[in-house]
Design a protein around this ligand. Structure first.
Ligand SMILES: [Zn+2]
Length: 411
């Protein structure tokens, strides 16, 4: 590095994953320009991480901002997946752009201050809500770009093939700024035609795909094999992900091994959504209730792109949530019996691995990468993950985008 350069940001004494020596991170024009111990350099803004763990901004691959924060409107959703879909369906016709924006902003701000810097939000499109939620998402994407890269995935939550208006809305949204397309074959009267049309739209608009899939614990049928087959037929390997896939929690090791090989071959990624999957699955068991969460760490061992994500926040699908991916990763590890030896792998599911699933190419703390950095209130990776450490501050493209001061005891 040339001596005495002036950088935009110098973050001193950062502890990086797997490293013993504290490092300084220098940033210019939104990108990491240099990393090294005790850099001889000056910067417009200089911060001291004080030996704390510094991670790249976290990646939430699957959330529903449009229907978050609805608890006050429907405290009794009737329980279960069908009850939750019906409850939101009743409310959706009254959604306005301002209403969706206000609730989405509340959840987005919480996620930002929990260290999330990339997010894929699913957005429902259908004749009930039209393009109003989509319009709100476009405004959120623009207004919060200083802190987070928001990717908008439009999808038909309540089916598609029964009404040609649904496909027209999806087509319009893809022409007007949607980043990618989702599908939900299990709510469609004709799941196979649903998948066929969604793939055709993705190819026509050259966008990635992210399906809601196999969201129950009945192993007697599955749409996963058809998704993999269609992915390969379309040449969309590496561009397709599925969320839930909870049936994978209900099959034995031999069957799981076959699915892992299929997913790896087809380049299809899988996202586990522990908060929702735990809350909605296994409700018919009155004892020894199953966990009902896809064992994505097993899939990762087989080379599949995987992530753990938030899904729903404070609504009938999941009446919990604060947008913290550290908490979600911690929940996943806890319910899968994963200890400190696996914490690094679990951390990957909300960072590097999640970035791979979303095809974010310049992710990570490396020279040349986008300078998205969070400073966690912990000086050790295992302590940070096990203890759900909060971020103290974050830098989006090298600019300080939030602070979250640690609690102070007044003795
Ligand atoms: Zn979802």
């Amino acid at each position: 590095m040339p001596q005495n350069q002036i950088f935009d940001l110098l973050l001193r004494n950062a502890r990086l994953r797997g490293g013993q020596t504290l490092q300084d991170i220098a940033v210019r024009q939104g990108r990491i320009a240099a990393i090294g111990p005790a850099l001889t350099a000056t910067a417009v803004v200089e911060e001291d991480a004080g030996g704390r763990l510094v991670l790249p901004g976290l990646v939430d691959t699957h959330i529903h901002l449009d229907k978050s924060c609805l608890l006050c409107r429907c405290r009794d959703a009737g329980g279960g997946l069908k009850g939750a879909i019906a409850a939101v369906s009743r409310l959706k016709r009254d959604f306005t752009i301002e209403d969706v924006y206000e609730r989405g902003a509340r959840t987005l701000e919480r996620a930002i201050t929990q260290g999330t810097m990339h997010m894929r939000t699913h957005v429902e499109l259908d004749p009930l809500v039209g393009l109003r939620s989509f319009e709100a998402m476009k405004r959120l994407k623009r207004d919060y770009a200083f802190a987070i890269d928001l990717s908008i995935c439009v999808f038909p939550q309540e089916g598609m093939t029964h009404d040609p208006a649904v496909e027209r809305l999806l087509t319009q949204a893809l022409a007007e700024g949607a980043d990618l397309l989702g599908g939900c074959p299990y709510t469609d009267a004709d799941p196979s035609l649903h998948m066929e049309r969604i793939f055709a739209l993705a190819v026509a608009h050259d966008v990635d795909l992210d399906f809601h899939l196999d969201f129950d614990l009945d192993p007697s049928w599955s749409h996963l094999e058809e998704i993999c087959r269609r992915t390969m037929a379309a040449g969309w390997q590496g561009r397709v992900a599925v969320g839930h896939a909870t049936k994978l929690a209900a099959i034995d090791d031999a069957a799981l091994g076959r699915v892992i090989a299929l997913l790896a071959d087809a380049g299809v990624g899988v996202t586990a959504l522990p908060a929702t999957d735990l809350y909605l699955n296994g409700r018919d068991a009155n004892h020894r209730a199953p966990r009902g969460v896809a064992p994505v760490h097993r899939l990762a061992e087989g080379g599949v792109a995987v992530s753990v994500a938030t899904n729903n926040v404070l609504n009938p699908f999941t009446p919990f949530g604060d947008g913290s991916l550290m908490r979600m990763g911690n929940l996943y590890a806890n319910l899968m019996h994963l200890g400190p030896e696996s914490f690094g792998d679990c951390l990957d599911m909300i960072s590097n691995g999640a970035a791979r699933l979303m095809r974010i190419t310049d992710y990570g703390i490396a020279v040349g990468g986008q300078a998205d950095l969070i400073v966690l209130d912990a000086d050790d990776e295992a302590d940070a993950f096990g203890g759900i450490a909060a971020p103290l501050m974050g830098f989006k493209r090298g600019r300080k985008s939030f602070v979250r001061p640690a609690a102070t005891l007044l003795m």
